[in-house]
Design a protein. Structure first.
Length: 175
């Protein structure tokens, strides 16, 4: 796949392919280790490859002189409250030795452009409240927080349990 050149001469960005899944998983594990959540990574390279192959997620790799130094994984999102669509950045990691060199900013700028090119009007992501360097970086981009919001998640077991209860309560809404 053709790489996108950036204003940083040795930096390029390219869309990840399913064959990059092991590399993406490595970046995710490094991110989650930094976030003190390493035990939360349950993804496998095969599952990541399937997400990309099926268009459920996309990823971009940052390459410095041909070496992968950053990764972002994202998907489409929309908000009924704002009436806007855009992209949700699920994972974003830049190698420690590349921070402060414009790699992260180039990656975020690319994702912002991609959102706009797809008729999106927003870009959203989460950040741990203790990650002050990331918070400062995001604020430097002009991002703001939705402090009153908390993200909730049902995992596979609870999701299946709740869905099974729906069958007993209602007929299928979307057959």
């Amino acid at each position: 796949m053709t790489a996108i050149s950036t204003a940083i001469p040795s930096l390029s960005l390219r869309r990840a392919e399913p064959s990059d899944a092991a590399l993406i998983l490595d970046f995710l594990k490094r991110l989650m280790t930094f976030q003190k959540l390493a035990d939360e990574v349950t993804a496998t390279a095969a599952r990541i490859a399937a997400l990309i192959q099926n268009g459920k997620s996309e990823a971009v790799l940052a390459l410095m002189n041909g070496e992968a130094v950053g990764c972002m994984v994202f998907s489409a999102t929309a908000s009924a409250y704002t009436g806007r669509a855009g992209l949700f950045l699920d994972a974003f990691f830049v190698d420690d030795r590349m921070r402060g060199q414009g790699v992260g900013r180039a990656m975020m700028a690319h994702l912002a452009r991609l959102s706009i090119d797809r008729d999106g009007e927003m870009l959203e992501w989460g950040c741990l409240d203790w990650n002050q360097p990331a918070i400062a970086f995001y604020r430097g981009l002009g991002a703001y927080t939705l402090d009153e919001m908390r993200v909730y998640r049902l995992g596979p077991d609870r999701l299946a349990e709740l869905a099974a209860g729906a069958s007993a309560l209602l007929p299928p809404l979307f057959p």
